[in-house]
Design a binder for this molecule. Structure first.
Ligand SMILES: NC(=O)c1ccc[n+]([C@@H]2O[C@H](COP(=O)([O-])OP(=O)(O)OC[C@H]3O[C@@H](n4cnc5c(N)ncnc54)[C@H](OP(=O)(O)O)[C@@H]3O)[C@@H](O)[C@H]2O)c1
Length: 323
């Protein structure tokens, strides 16, 4: 079967497609025919070897894991002797970032614990975009108080994580304000967002003492300014951004909790079976709209990485494996 191979850091042009024989299926694993796979920021960071921490984790000079790819959707071909929850023909999806990667391929072998049944009524292309981004959203939602009729700010609503979060928050009955650039405003209005703030507006400032819950999707605001924007008793869920942001949420968070009655929580998402089930449950309750940047066939994987790195399109970059 054909698979994407990356042997170097920061040489996106040298990402190739080669033949590979998969290892033997073990007792707790499943063998999957991949139909679609999606790129995430973490896949790009791995291919670039940036930031430096990536090299410390995945090989100093060149990547130790040469078969890339985290998010996928496909069909079970066969199951290991101890797997009872799946059968051949099941439509499944998952995230291999915690189990050796290898999703950008015609077939893969994965631990059954990293695989979940796909939500109903979604294509493989749609489902492949969900595990990491919507999994992060579901983990973040579980850390927040109930959102119904709460004033919720989503700071960075137009990225892979943010756009799913906006839809889930609206579905849960939140009164949502989104911060992004103006080019996404029409899209958000169609999704049902009433208040939109443009971070490029010279007069842009976060409203003080306004939100019950803030989801900090990126790292462009300080912990202090989020604290100012929360009401007493409010929550800030820190999803993305720099180490400074995550560290700040942990250290300053204790101060704000004790003296200002504002709670800061950081999200570390890991897309195991439980998270995949929560994604499916949510996507079965409400139709999740997927915005595609571009769809590529497997042989164009290198181009997909390059375009993603260049921010060429808005939305998800997806590989249609059998196109
Ligand atoms: N915690 C976890 O387990 C976990 C898991 C997955 C991802 N993540 C993290 O989640 C974060 C979000 O990822 P993502 O893929 O959704 O998107 P992203 O590319 O990190 O962020 C995109 C968002 O940031 C906005 N933005 C860009 N420049 C800005 C600026 N100068 N000021 C304010 N906002 C700005 C974008 O708006 P425009 O498009 O309008 O410019 C867009 O809404 C990342 O940091 C990622 O590492 C965390």
């Amino acid at each position: 079967m054909r698979t994407v191979v990356n042997r170097y850091y920061n040489r996106l042009n040298d990402i190739v497609v080669e033949e590979r024989t998969l290892p033997q299926l073990k007792d707790h694993e499943v063998w999957i025919q991949v139909h679609a796979a999606a790129l995430n920021k973490s896949d790009l960071m791995l291919a670039l070897g940036k930031p430096f921490m990536i090299k410390m984790m995945y090989g100093l000079k060149q990547p130790k894991k040469i078969y890339p790819g985290s998010d996928f959707a496909g069909q079970i071909l066969s199951v290991g002797s101890k797997v009872t929850q799946f059968k051949p023909g099941d439509s499944v999806f998952g995230d291999l970032s915690g189990s050796g990667f290898g999703a950008f391929a015609e077939q893969l072998i994965a631990p059954a614990s990293k695989v979940g049944l796909m939500p109903k009524g979604y294509s493989y292309l749609e489902a492949a975009t969900m595990p990491m981004a919507l999994g992060t959203v579901m983990t973040a939602i579980q850390k927040a108080p109930e959102l119904k009729q709460k004033r919720v700010l989503i700071y960075g609503g137009s990225g892979g994580v943010g756009r799913f979060l906006v839809q889930v928050a609206l579905h849960l009955g939140a009164v949502v304000t989104v911060v992004s650039s103006q080019k996404h405003f029409n899209d958000f209005k169609q999704l049902g967002v009433k208040e939109l703030l443009d971070y490029n507006d010279p007069n842009f400032i976060l409203p003080s003492n306004r939100f019950d819950v803030i989801f900090a999707v990126n790292g462009y605001q300080s912990i202090q300014s989020y604290a100012k924007s929360l009401v007493k008793g409010g929550y800030c869920i820190v999803i993305g951004g720099s180490g400074k942001q995550i560290f700040g949420a942990m250290t300053l968070g204790a101060f704000y909790k004790l003296f200002k009655q504002r709670t800061f929580v950081s999200v570390i998402a890991s897309t195991g079976h439980k998270t995949l089930k929560s994604i499916s449950d949510m996507a079965n309750q409400t139709k999740i709209d997927v915005q595609y940047g571009q769809i590529y066939d497997l042989s164009k994987a290198s181009k997909a990485y390059i375009d993603f790195n260049d921010h060429k399109y808005t939305g998800k970059y997806v590989l249609d494996i059998h196109k």
